[in-house]
Ligand binder design. Structure first.
Ligand code: ADP
Ligand code: MG
Length: 239
């Protein structure tokens, strides 16, 4: 049992041991070069990064795959969204030439998808077009919005897999993928859909996974879909 520290997930790392980047103590340390992001954080009035954010940001910003384990309510959404915006910003191709979204967040429920979309709209600073795709939502409207061109897709696995199987969305343009609340997605039986979705996403993408717990199924997902990942966690972790 490990407590309150950064660790490497040695069994997931194919390469040599790396130096873990120092956690950031302030927003400036992570985002000084991105005034759009700083403005939004200042506007909202946050004082400092949460522990999972301060550890996750330097890793993700280096382009490294990340597993972030922390309880609900610890700020995991911004931990992956803000570096995701920067990733999108730094893509060589502008979105209209990419012919599809650049960033995908998979999350277990409609409620979470809508919350993440709201955070996206609140903190995105470059006018990225976001779509929320979930079962029970108006499928026709979702299809039309995808056709009109989107940059960021927030989706539950079932409906996204449905659109994918019917050739209604191109996933090959995605270079930044998030598996949000991986433990809950597995509990809800979404592993087959996740697998099919990832088959269409380029292997050289960056992948971030969040979870509140670290059970066998989540470890299996990490091993299958993340490359040379680093792991950060807050609290205790049963290893
Ligand atoms: P999680 O995904 O870990 O369950 P959320 O990302 O939904 O948690 O964040 C929980 C709440 O904390 C949200 O209302 C969010 O706006 C807020 N929050 C995020 N980052 C910070 C921060 N650095 N300081 C204060 N509040 C924050
Ligand atoms: Mg969350």
């Amino acid at each position: 049992r490990k407590e309150n520290n950064n660790i490497f997930v040695d069994d997931l790392v194919e390469g040599e041991k790396r130096t873990f980047p120092n956690p950031v103590c302030t927003f400036e340390e992570a985002f000084a070069h991105y005034p759009g992001i700083m403005e939004n954080i200042v506007r909202v009035g946050f004082q400092k990064p949460t522990p999972i954010q301060s550890q996750a940001w330097p890793v993700i910003l280096k382009g490294i795959d990340l597993i972030g384990i922390a309880q609900t309510g610890t700020g995991k959404t911004l931990a992956y969204l803000l570096p995701g915006f920067i990733h999108m910003d730094e893509q060589p191709l502008p979105s209209h030439q990419r012919n599809g979204p650049g960033m995908l967040v998979l999350t277990p429920t409609r409620e979470l998808a809508l919350q993440i979309e709201a955070e996206c709209n609140k903190y995105s600073y470059k006018g990225f077009k976001t779509i929320c795709i979930y079962g029970g939502g108006d499928r026709r409207a979702q299809i039309n919005k995808v056709r009109s061109g989107v940059d960021i897709v927030i989706a539950t696995p079932g409906r996204l897999n449905d659109l994918q199987m019917n050739d209604l969305i191109n996933l090959r343009s995605i270079t930044y993928m998030v598996l949000d609340e991986a433990d809950r997605m597995l509990d809800m039986g979404f592993e087959p859909q996740i697998m099919k979705i990832i088959l269409d996403i380029r292997p050289d993408r960056q992948t971030v996974m969040t979870s509140a717990t670290w059970p066998t199924g989540v470890r299996r997902l990490a091993k299958s879909y993340l490359k040379n990942s680093m792991m950060v966690y807050v609290g205790t972790l049963d290893l």
